[in-house]
Design a protein. Structure first.
Length: 232
């Protein structure tokens, strides 16, 4: 193996994995419909009012069928949007239970606690299996196109800063799932409306979960124009 002796140029500029999130009814699905060659995988029945490249998946089984069809067709879309990852996390709860029941500790879980969620395990132990299940699905989805856009809901939470409670705009995912998903994304954008304009912020402020490792998006707040996000 020959090691580099000088700087290696960046191989891409645009985000491969991107998260956008914002308040409900802000127009996230509408904005996605304006991105050419983007298939929206609708997990929440939220695309009925929008003309778009779209397909519905109301369960992990249906999502698997969509993924299989995409791979069989040779990955025909440049972009795929998962609408929403908040719903995907919810769907993964049953898969998390399945993973736990494959372990020695969990093999009798259904017999002892019929109908109970794996998240009912003591000391939050079930969330480990939810993280495993969610990551497995994100890894599958990342193989379906060159660019994956994960759409999320907004969660307002309160943090204490300098003795005062401050409202923070955050991505609606559970604990470490949110941290890991955001860390693996090339860009996290908070979407909001400013008059008639849909805006996106990649500025990592104290009260907004956002940011980007892409140079042209880092610290930016701008009108949401796909041609200014995906530039190569």
């Amino acid at each position: 193996m020959k090691l580099p002796t000088q700087k290696v140029k960046a191989s891409r500029k645009s985000p491969k994995n991107m998260i956008i999130y914002g308040p409900p009814k802000i127009g996230k699905t509408t904005v996605l419909s304006q991105l050419d060659d983007c298939l929206i995988i609708d997990l929440e029945d939220g695309s009925d009012m929008v003309d778009a490249l779209k397909v519905k998946a109301n369960s992990l089984k249906e999502l698997q069928a969509v993924g299989t069809a995409i791979m069989k067709e040779g990955r025909p879309y440049k972009y795929i949007a998962i609408d929403t990852i908040s719903k995907l996390e919810e769907m993964c709860e049953s898969y998390a239970k399945h993973i736990y029941m494959k372990t020695p500790m969990g093999k009798n879980f259904n017999q002892k606690y019929p109908g109970m969620s794996v998240l009912s395990l003591p000391n939050g132990g079930g969330y480990l299996y939810l993280r495993i299940a969610f990551k497995k699905w994100i890894d599958k989805l990342n193989k379906l196109a060159d660019h994956i856009i994960l759409v999320g809901h907004l969660k307002d939470k309160m943090l204490e800063k300098k003795g005062k409670e401050v409202a923070v705009k955050d991505l609606d995912l559970t604990g470490k799932i949110k941290q890991i998903t955001c860390a693996n994304a090339d860009a996290v954008g908070y979407i909001y409306r400013e008059g008639e304009e849909t805006m996106v912020s990649f500025d990592s402020l104290d009260d907004i979960t956002a940011g980007s490792r892409c140079a042209h998006l880092k610290g930016q707040t701008m009108p949401l124009k796909w041609s200014e996000i995906f530039i190569d």
